[in-house]
Design a protein around this ligand. Sequence first.
Ligand code: FAD
Length: 359
Amino acid sequence: MSLESETKIFDTIIIGGGQAGLSVGYFMKRTHLDYVILDNQAKPGGAWLHTWDSLNLFSPSKYSSLSGWQMPTTQDQYPTKAELLNYLSEYEKRYDFPIVRNISVIQVSKKNDVFVIETNNGDYLCKSVVSATGTAMAPYIPEHPNSDVFKGKQIHSIDYKNTDDLSNKKVLIVGAGNSGAQILAEVSKVTTTKWVTSEPPIFLPEHIDGRYLFVQANDSYFKKEDEYTHNISLSNIVQIESVKEGLKNGIYKDYRPFKAFYDQDVIWSDDSKESFDLVIWCTGFRPNLRHLEQLGITHDNRIKTESTRSISKPGLWLVGYGNWTGFASATIYGVGKTAKHTVEEIIIYFNKNYTQQGV
Ligand code: FAD
């Protein structure tokens, strides 16, 4: 850390340099506020750096874009992980955001009106904080009896990369969302698989993909169409090519959850046992809010907000964690709206509390 950052009090510190942090950064750049983005990764991309290699987005390029610069048209309709990483990297360069990498925020506290951001490389100080740390660092695995003594291997989807080393392994894939369906599509090509979902999975019709989520956000789609009566949700499965192929090949037979683990087996609801070498939990994530615990405002993995603004801790905003911080804010296209609104609120906060800023 430089000597300057030891003594300097930033107007705003954005914690997290994924798409949500960049999106807030884009709107911060249009203000006179002095801000910095702290990110614990070594390079651009946030959570996308850690997804499996063959991942395809479920939103076409135009609907996988951040504010200000549209993602260049991709080779196929749905961008690959590599194309998205390249886009995020170019986006950072284009807007020249002040990002400090390899900085892990350990805890945030507030002394008088100043936030102290404790990191693995010294303290940073600021007058306001935007937490945009995503969910990928808080993978969720539901509890099952005897899970700790299961002799097979268990991983979360965030740790699944590709099918290397999986041939001849019997794999149980758990989770009815896009991750489960996409991972099953490729793992079932090399080995025996079984798919567990708590409810029957919902495959969206072929022509429905990520873009409709955003139309839904504006509440216009359902007014025009009477074809679907249920809400389209991020947890429903988009038919990208690998999923379409899987459906054609009949791989998507779903089983209801097992009761417990036993030795190297799972015990099904009829008490029969079946052996697996590997369980891949595609069971989602929780908001990664560990660094805010000392503020004493986290309850059940949530912080009470009005839109993105913390209700009980003035000067703190939370962006990109899910619908509770703005509809579709945990998507690339959807985060722009809440990021813009957040920066508008930060400006109001500074005008009210720090009139000398003149923002
Ligand atoms: P992240 O990308 O996780 O960024 C947060 C950053 O903060 C990371 O760099 C992280 O390392 C860093 N960080 C965390 N904690 C700290 C700390 N204490 N100190 C410093 N830095 C920290 N959305 C779409 O729009 N289209 C899709 O097709 C799509 N597909 C998806 C597929 C999968 C498998 C998943 C899991 C999600 C998908 N999403 C999709 C949803 C969403 O776009 C991503 O989850 C996205 O990565 C969220 O961005 P973020 O910036 O909020 O979080």
